[in-house]
Write a protein that binds this ligand. Sequence first.
Ligand code: BTN
Length: 265
Amino acid sequence: MTDRKDSSLKLHTKFAGCDIRWYKSLDSTNNKAKELAGEDAPHGLLVAADRQTAGKGRIGKRWESPEGRSVYMSLLLRPDLKPVSASMLTLVAALAVAAALREVGNTECFIKWPNDIVINKKKVCGILTEMDSRQNRLNFVVVGIGINVNEKKFPDAIREKATSLLLATGQRTARNRVIQAVMEHFEIYYEKFMKFKSMETLIGEYNEQLINCGRQVKIMERARTFTGTALGIDSSGALQVEMTDGIIQSVSSGEVSVRGLYDYI
Ligand code: BTN
């Protein structure tokens, strides 16, 4: 396993990605970031890998992580936040990735609540946020971001719903450029978020990009499944869903899966 700093990666940020550890191969960049967090690694440390052997997706799923064509990275954060607020950082990261992909790919890009970035109705990025807390004190948060950059083919199981920046735009993009843009946008959104420690100032921008907005969605939580119309997020980042009887349910991210009634969107 190599541990090298990528010298061609130039970040104009105050903290996000100022310290980068780049590995040839890791089981999961989230696992490595958590390990380094336990060794007092600083706020803003970015762990990236050329491939992951056990990339983790949400709700116990795997994240396909073949060598060298995509971005697998995890940002370590030590925010002054209550543990209950940490999941909003997924939404902050989603805004940053969407802005970054628009910038580097010159393409339309949407957010599928809570953690998918979508181009041409297909998933190009997933975000997995993990945290460590004790007695209502947040120790650290790891925001793991997987972006399909130059991938040409996907396994059969996800082919219908996955895309890459290359497939969407017809152009290869340097992974460094994508990482740089995500870190720069993340820092801006993070500062806005931390002002009120809520999505308050970001709701409008988020809902404008929310591909589920106004659509029929199926919500699958651990204990219940229901359908309704997605209205947008509130200041806590919860998705507001209007049921057929007019009652509005607030759905928090976590162990929840959101689908269109008939397909992925
Ligand atoms: C999802 O959509 O299910 C979330 C996928 C998150 C994948 C990224 S890749 C980098 C980081 N390391 C992991 O093991 N997972 C996240």
